[in-house]
Ligand binder design. Structure first.
Ligand code: AGP
Length: 622
């Protein structure tokens, strides 16, 4: 996945492009580049490395002076990160930036080679520049784009400059996002809204196969046949502060701190008269009563959020729920049909495997529900119904606040599901909802006591391998805690259902290996403690994450992280008693502690947690 930007207007283009790329750097950061019309001639500057390297290069070489151009930040797919493979790519008459994958690039390359084209990079993207040039003989940019996209298979968002048309930007897309920002006499293209949020909140969405032509006179949209179309102007409900670090050293830490607020905001949007109400999106009680099975399909952290949702829905509504990895679901010929509800969970709404799973579920007649944070995304637009989570822009590659609002939404759904199916009365739905409103306070408490997580991080900073274990909700949390830790610290970590370790993996436990035991669920606590003791007996260092009041036998636990979420049994408790949470809801504050442990370990190891190696924020390729 990559990020693309484009600008035309009265400002210094290079500055606007670099500014936009900084907001899109979460999409890829192994190289960057810009191309700007400088006195009617396109000047390109690009380099391998993070945007900082690009800024240094511009400072050393002098930035291109002009008011119209395109830019790119790359996450390499075809060809290693290098100066040559960086975008923009050009073949003389056409200069492009590309986000996506051209699947038939090899055959197009062969065709173009026969036509006399030669290539300097190993990228699939350079082929697009050459193909555009091939179809540009009549010097009609729109026609050249229309002919070119007919030949492309795969996904793309393209920003295009034609050397004969200074101060004009073209763009088109299929499968990859592209948004057109509409300012006062200035216009933008971008992979995501934060890239131009500083200048305008107004935007229009480009649909698949549409083309936009932008010059100083304004913006014109065309359909696949070249017929001009009108687009709806929309207004972003994000603030620029949400897309900035605001004094925090990293986006990840800022986003962790935002969690109490975004949980409340998301809840407020889902709750009417004290109970979750999804009738506005067509998710009525009648519909929920008729559902036979639920599938939650997602990737990575979003999939682990789905596991929490599964435990909650099954526990309360007694409907069978399967959690499926999207990249598997799409190819496993799943038994899914019209009585089923398929829930697609995604922060970005543009994850390729989740999109494909959505299409598959629809083709089998299942009803689809998106739980998505980016409301203009492909998944949000493609599903039958959409719960729009309100985390705001999540910039750090490691997902934190998006996971938090995903599980918030899934809990709310579980409550309504259970009520609709007659498994809990209205009063209980109300009580559970009030409990969920306690979560922001409990999360805030974890953040206020972050020094405890910092201490645990200091104990992990030099380890080579560690384990997470837990049962039920704690197992789902272990998976997420382990993913978070390994993705931003590069420490090898595995998560296991606590009872499963002794079926093989326990052979890896030796003296000093940390085992983070998530032990918040009182119904299985005794069993989890036995598993803890099994690994302790083999030399493990036990770090227990549990309720503050949980007691363990002397010598079992080396470090205890006690969460201040009430020690009394939840049965019959009043929601008004501060942070008290039902066990089922404890994942909300607990995951915050696991995120903080991962964050501080990353920082102590000298890693940038916002931009871990090899990763990009959204995975738009298979
Ligand atoms: C989370 O920390 C990861 N970076 C990753 O697992 C992510 O959750 C996954 O790629 C799914 O992304 P999505 O939510 O945008 O679909």
């Amino acid at each position: 996945m990559c990020g693309i930007v484009g600008y035309i207007g009265g400002r210094d283009c290079a500055d606007v492009l670099m500014d936009g790329l900084e907001k899109l750097e979460y999409r890829g950061y192994d190289s960057a580049g810009i191309a700007v019309f400088e006195k009617n001639i396109i000047r390109t500057v690009k380099t391998r490395g993070k945007l900082k390297c690009m800024a240094d290069k511009l400072a050393a070489e002098g930035k291109p002076e002009g008011f119209c151009g395109i830019g790119h930040t790359r996450w390499a797919t075809h060809g290693e990160p290098s100066d040559i493979n960086s975008h923009p790519h050009s073949n003389g008459r056409v200069t492009i930036v590309h986000n996506g994958i051209i699947e038939n690039y090899a055959e197009l390359k062969e065709f173009l080679t026969e036509k006399g084209y030669s290539f300097v990079s190993q990228t699939d993207s350079e082929i697009v520049a050459c193909l555009l040039d091939f179809y540009y003989d009549e010097r009609e940019p729109l026609r050249a784009i229309m002919e070119t996209v007919k030949e492309l298979r795969g996904s793309y968002a393209l920003g295009i400059l034609f050397k004969d048309f200074p101060d004009r930007v073209y763009a088109t897309r299929k499968g990859s996002p592209l948004i057109v920002g509409l300012g006062e006499s200035e216009y933008f293209i971008a992979s995501d809204i934060p890239a131009f949020l500083k200048y305008t909140k107004n935007y229009a969405l480009l649909d698949d196969d549409e083309i936009v032509a932008i010059d100083n006179g304004g913006v014109r949209f065309f359909d696949v046949h070249g017929i001009e179309v009108k687009k709806r102007v929309q207004t972003a409900d994000w603030d620029i502060e949400q897309a900035q670090k605001c004094g925090y050293p990293h986006y990840m830490l800022k986003e962790i701190h935002e969690q109490p607020e975004v949980v409340k905001k998301t809840l407020d949007s889902l709750v009417r008269d004290g109970v979750p109400d999804f009738s506005g999106i067509g998710l009525t009680d009648d519909f929920l009563r008729g559902v036979k099975r639920v599938f939650v399909v997602a990737c990575g952290t979003a999939m682990y959020a789905g596991m929490v949702g599964r435990y909650a829905v099954e526990k309360l509504a007694r409907v069978p729920v399967a959690v499926e990895i999207a990249s598997e679901f799409r190819y496993m010929d799943p038994i899914v049909g019209e009585d089923d509800l398929v829930i697609l969970v995604s922060q970005s709404g543009e994850t390729a495997d989740t999109i494909a799973s959505l299409e598959l579920a629809k083709s089998r007649g299942a009803k689809t529900l998106a739980v998505v944070n980016v409301k203009y995304s492909a998944i949000a637009r493609g599903a039958d119904m959409c719960i729009h989570t309100l985390a705001g822009p999540e910039i750090a590659v490691a997902s934190t606040k998006a996971y938090m609002v995903q599980i918030t939404a899934l809990y709310a759904l579980a409550f309504r599901f259970a009520y609709a199916r007659g498994k809990i009365p209205a009063d209980e739905m109300k009580r559970l909802t009030a409990q969920l409103y306690n979560a922001p306070k409990a999360i805030r408490d974890v953040i206020d006591n972050k020094d405890e997580c910092q201490f645990i991080a200091s104990q992990l900073v030099n380890v080579e391998t560690l384990f997470f274990i837990g049962r039920g909700f704690d197992y789902a949390l272990s998976l997420e805690g382990s993913l978070k830790l390994k993705e931003i610290t590069y420490i090898h970590s595995e998560a296991y259902a606590a009872g499963e370790l002794k079926h093989g993996t326990i052979s890896l436990i030796e003296r000093g290996i940390p085992v983070i035991t998530v032990a918040t669920q009182r119904d299985v606590l005794a069993k989890t403690v036995s598993n803890m003791e099994e690994v302790k007996a083999r030399g493990a260092t036990i770090i227990a994450v549990c309720r503050k009041g949980t007691e363990f036998a002397e010598g079992t636990v080396d470090i205890k992280l006690g969460l201040n979420i009430g020690d009394e049994p939840s049965v019959g408790c009043e929601p008004s008693i501060g942070c008290e949470l039902d066990d089922m809801l404890i994942p909300l504050p607990t995951v915050c502690a696991l995120q903080l442990i991962a964050y501080y370990t990353s920082v102590l190891r000298g890693i940038d947690p916002d931009k871990p190696r090899n990763l990009a924020k959204s995975v738009t390729t298979e």
